[in-house]
Write a protein that binds this ligand. Structure first.
Ligand SMILES: Cc1cc2nc3c(=O)[nH]c(=O)nc-3n(C[C@H](O)[C@H](O)[C@H](O)COP(=O)(O)OP(=O)(O)OC[C@H]3O[C@@H](n4cnc5c(N)ncnc54)[C@H](O)[C@@H]3O)c2cc1C
Length: 360
C-alpha cells in the first residue's frame, strides 16, 4: 500500500544516463532554492535532486551535476548544492585512503550477524527494520526505504540517530539495512555517515534526532498522522562509543596507464562505473567488452528485488552505451562469478590475456 508520506517509487529514480540527464535538467529550476529548502522532508522530495543512485553508479558525473545549475544561477546561489555533490567525493576519497575502515565494518557486521549471543539484538533490529518500533514516523521511514530504495538525507540522519542513540542498536546493523535497500547504497557515503551519526567519524560529535527538529522540517499533517512515540524524541541522550584509533592512511599504487595500451585489450564494465566511454579508458581500442552483474555481492548483502531490477537496468544501459562508443558488442554476464565471467569473456584469444592479467 502506498504511504501518503511518499509519492515516488523505485522506478522513479533514473536508471539510464538519458533519464539521469533529464532528471538533472528538471531539477535546475529548484536548485536556486536548494539551500533554503533542502532540509525539509516533503512527500515528493522535489526540493532535492534524487540523483544519488545515478551519481553513485556513474550514470552521470558529479562534475555534470555541479556544472548544470551554474548555467542558470550565480555560483554563490547554488553553492550549497555544489558542496553536497562534492561531499560524496570527499567521503569516497577518505575511505579509499583508509580501506581498513570498510574491512573492519564488514568483520564487525559478520560477527553481529552470526554470534548466537547477539540474537536479542538481531530480533530488535529486525523489528525496527520491519516498521514495528514504538515511533510511528521511524516506522514510516523504514517502509519508505524498503519500498522505494530511497530516503531523504534528513530522514537518514533522524533514523540513524534514533537507531544508535535511542534504540541503542549497533550502528553496523543499521548501516547494513541502509546499504541493502538504498539504490544509492555506497560503502563510503553510507558507512562514514553512520559513523558520523555515532560520533566515531568526528570524535565528540554525535547526531541526535530531536522532536523539535522533526516538527520544524516535516509537514504538520504528516506528523499528525504519525505522532505515536514522538515524545520519546523529546530529550535524547547521546550514546558515547569508545573512539577508534586514528586510522592510518594507505596510498594506493596505480599501474602506469601506458601499459594499458599494450597487447589485446578487453574492457570490463561493472556497477561502480557505468560511464566507461567518458573515463580515462575511452582512448583504448578494446577487442572485447563484458559487463557483469555482481550477483555474488548482491546475494551476500541480500539486495531486494527492487534494487536488483534498478541495477540490472543501469548495467544494461552502461553496456549499450559502451557498445555504441567502441563499436563492438558488449556482452552482459550475470550468472557467474566475476572472475569466471572475465575468463570466459572471449574464446578467440583474449582468454589467456585475461588470465595473465588476473594472475598479475
Ligand atoms: C546515515 C546516512 C547514510 C547515507 N548513505 C548514503 C549512501 O549510501 N549513498 C549516498 O549516495 N549517500 C548517502 N547519504 C548521503 C545523503 O543522504 C544522500 O546522498 C542524499 O540524501 C541523496 O539524495 P539526493 O540525490 O536527492 O541529494 P541532493 O540533496 O540532491 O544532493 C545531490 C547529490 O549530492 C550528494 N550528497 C548530498 N548529500 C550528501 C551527504 N550528506 N553525503 C554525501 N553525499 C551527499 C549525493 O550524491 C546527492 O545525489 C547518507 C546519509 C546519511 C545521514
Amino acid at each position: 500500500m502506498q504511504d501518503e508520506l511518499f509519492t515516488h517509487q523505485a522506478s522513479s529514480f533514473a536508471a539510464t544516463r538519458k533519464d539521469a540527464l533529464a532528471q538533472l535538467d528538471a531539477f535546475i529550476p529548484f536548485a536556486g532554492r536548494y539551500a533554503r529548502d533542502r532540509n525539509h522532508v516533503i512527500p515528493s522530495h522535489t526540493n532535492v535532486s534524487k540523483l544519488s543512485p545515478a551519481i553513485r553508479h556513474r550514470l552521470i558525473l558529479e562534475s555534470e551535476c555541479a556544472a548544470a545549475p551554474l548555467r542558470r544561477y550565480a555560483a554563490s546561489t547554488v553553492e550549497k548544492f555544489t558542496q553536497e555533490v562534492y561531499w560524496r567525493r570527499y567521503w569516497k576519497s577518505w575511505l579509499s585512503l583508509r580501506p581498513q575502515i570498510w574491512t573492519q565494518y564488514l568483520n564487525e557486521l559478520t560477527a553481529l550477524q552470526n554470534d548466537p549471543a547477539q540474537e536479542t539484538i538481531r530480533s530488535r533490529a529486525a523489528r525496527c527494520e520491519g516498521g514495528e518500533s514504538p515511533i510511528a514516523i521511524m516506522n514510516h521511514f523504514a517502509r519508505e526505504l524498503v519500498e522505494t530504495g530511497y530516503l531523504h538525507n534528513h530522514a537518514r540522519m533522524w533514523f540513524a540517530g534514533w537507531w544508535i542513540h535511542i534504540e541503542r542498536l549497533p550502528w553496523q546493523l543499521g548501516a547494513d539495512f541502509f546499504l541493502r535497500h538504498l539504490l544509492d547504497g555506497d560503502p563510503a557515503s553510507n558507512t562514514l555517515s553512520w559513523r558520523w551519526v555515532a560520533g566515531l567519524q568526528t570524535p565528540g560529535k554525535t547526531y541526535l534526532p530531536r522532536r523539535s527538529n522533526l516538527e520544524k522540517y516535516l509537514p504538520p499533517d504528516v506528523l499528525k498522522t504519525h505522532h505515536e512515540g514522538l515524545e520519546i524524541l523529546e530529550h535524547p541522550q547521546a550514546l558515547i562509543l569508545p573512539a577508534d584509533e586514528r586510522p592510518a592512511i594507505t596510498r594506493p599504487s596505480l599501474p602506469p596507464t601506458a601499459s594499458l595500451h599494450a597487447g589485446k585489450i578487453g574492457i570490463w564494465i561493472h556497477e561502480e562505473d557505468l560511464l566507461i566511454e567518458q573515463s580515462p579508458l575511452r582512448s583504448l581500442n578494446p577487442k572485447s567488452i563484458i559487463a557483469t552483474r555482481d550477483t555474488a555481492t548482491w546475494k551476500r548483502f541480500r539486495y531486494p528485488k527492487v534494487k536488483i531490477t534498478w541495477l540490472q537496468t543501469a548495467i544494461d544501459d552502461g553496456a549499450k552505451r559502451a557498445s555504441n562508443a567502441f563499436g563492438i558488442e558488449a556482452k552482459v554476464s550475470g550468472d557467474a562469478s566475476i572472475a569466471e565471467a572475465l575468463l570466459r569473456c572471449d574464446t578467440k584469444g583474449l582468454h589467456r590475456n585475461w588470465r595473465s592479467r588476473m594472475v598479475d
